[in-house]
Design a protein. Structure first.
Length: 455
């Protein structure tokens, strides 16, 4: 019999996971998009990406509620396209969720370094891994409650940030040199808009990870839609508010290549010694912690689901006495810690290690979005009688918009990040190689009804 996760999570927990997974993207990472596109160019990119995510979430929720499975996109694509379809979606999701935490951990280190200049950000990042892997191992109810609390604090902190810097906002600051080129019609401006796609996606990356808690949700067909709809509306509001207000308080170019743009933006308004600034640094850590902690939950469930189905070594599907996939939690942590210390081994031109990990994570995310939308269309045809407690509104237009924009983003990602894109393909190829030589694992795996089409 397959190992099963225990359903303990309600709507508030799931909203906390959905928003918490993402909310660090409002604190750092996105400002690299200014360096690529300028403030106005990046605003265009963000609006397009926000449209893609809104259409995607309203469509993805149909899949999540119809097939509540810890594998999330892996399960949907497996059911729609068979083993190889599930493999592509599963590997892409794993890459997304394994490469996002090291970037967030490095940002945690950068925020702590503001208060403790002698503290090595990398050592702080590894410490964060140890603490939050342990918390995830101790139980999903504890982990999800913690996630909800820190997410609420992080949302509140972003609202405080917007309120404090709003008096210093100036439209003239925001629009000054706002395009990568001389104007919106220049080739450089258009190129910058596309080059900034990974950093706009970072605003919303991983919201879909709440799907991987579906097996642990109470009444997932009712609670997940509420959590997802509330989550995407929350994140769109916060992303646009933070980006626009931060860009108008002073010289935005000083914020375009750093891991702590919000404290530095607040300095421009309140000065170096303000209590508001120290509050932002300390409470701002909650936003990073919420995402870091939540994505550990997400990657561990993906490892668990792939291992349970025979796509990865079966040992990763073992559960601890707390009914959590402890080996999967540790495996992702080991990979993340190696990534943190790999910047001296691999170089990507002028890109920082954080920007590289964000970009790699986004390659996984976009591939998974495409597979999920294709799965939605395929399952509508192959399983018209599948129970769908939530139906994608505006079908087929809304999911088609999400699919089309995701394809556009993927092409642009390869165009502007070919080296990282080729490494991403290499990871997928290694996964396929493992798949080809381990068929006996899948044959021996316990039956999973949710991976099989209804006959």
């Amino acid at each position: 019999m397959a190992a099963q996760l225990k359903p303990t999570l309600g709507t508030a927990h799931l909203w906390g996971i959905a928003v918490g997974l993402v909310i660090s993207g409002e604190y750092f990472g996105w400002s690299y998009g200014w360096g690529a596109a300028g403030t106005l160019g990046f605003l265009v990119t963000t609006l397009v990406v926000a449209t893609m995510y809104t259409c995607f979430i309203f469509s993805f929720t149909e899949l999540t509620t119809s097939i509540p499975h810890a594998g999330g996109p892996f399960a949907y694509s497996h059911r729609a396209f068979g083993e190889k379809g599930g493999l592509i979606a599963g590997l892409a999701t794993l890459i997304e969720f394994v490469f996002a935490p090291p970037a967030i951990a490095m940002a945690i280190g950068a925020y702590l370094n503001v208060q403790f200049p002698a503290l090595d950000p990398k050592h702080a990042a590894v410490g964060a891994y140890v603490i939050f892997m342990t918390l995830n191992i101790l139980g999903v109810a504890i982990a999800a409650t913690f996630e909800l609390v820190v997410t609420l604090l992080a949302v509140g902190e972003l609202l405080v940030f917007m309120g404090v810097v709003a008096p210093g906002f100036s439209v003239s600051n925001f629009v000054l040199n706002g395009w990568a080129g001389s104007n919106v019609f220049s080739g450089a401006a258009v190129s910058g808009i596309f080059a900034a796609i990974p950093f706009a996606i970072w605003f919303f990356l991983a919201i879909e990870g709440a799907a991987m808690a579906a097996e642990e949700a109470k009444d997932p067909r009712r609670t997940i839609p509420k959590a997802y709809v509330g989550g995407i509306l929350t994140l769109v509001f916060l992303a646009l508010g933070v980006m626009i207000l931060a860009g108008g308080v002073g010289d935005w170019t000083a914020l375009s290549g750093i891991n702590d743009p919000l404290p530095q933006a607040m300095k421009m308004v309140v000065g170096d010694s303000s209590g508001w600034l120290h509050m932002l640094v300390w409470i701002g850590l909650f936003g990073l912690v919420a995402s870091f902690h939540g994505i550990i939950l997400g990657y561990s469930r993906q490892f668990f689901a792939l291992a349970r189905a025979g796509y990865l070594p079966s040992g990763l599907a073992k559960l601890s006495r707390f009914q959590t996939p402890h080996r999967a939690i540790i495996a992702g942590g080991v990979i993340g810690i190696i990534a943190i210390y790999s910047d001296s081994l691999i170089t990507f031109g002028a890109m920082t290690l954080t920007a590289v990990m964000i970009t790699m994570s986004v390659f996984g995310a976009i591939t998974m979005y495409i597979m999920s939308m294709l799965s939605l269309f395929a399952l509508r045809r192959s399983e018209p009688d599948l129970e769908r407690s939530f139906v994608a509104p505006g079908y087929p237009l809304v999911p088609a918009i999400a699919l089309g924009l995701a394809l556009l983003c993927l092409v642009a990602m390869f165009w502007f990040n070919l080296q990282i894109g080729l490494i991403f393909i290499g990871f997928i190829a290694v996964g396929f190689g493992y798949f080809q030589v381990t068929g006996h694992h899948r044959a021996a795996a316990p039956a999973d009804a949710l991976l099989k089409a209804v006959s």
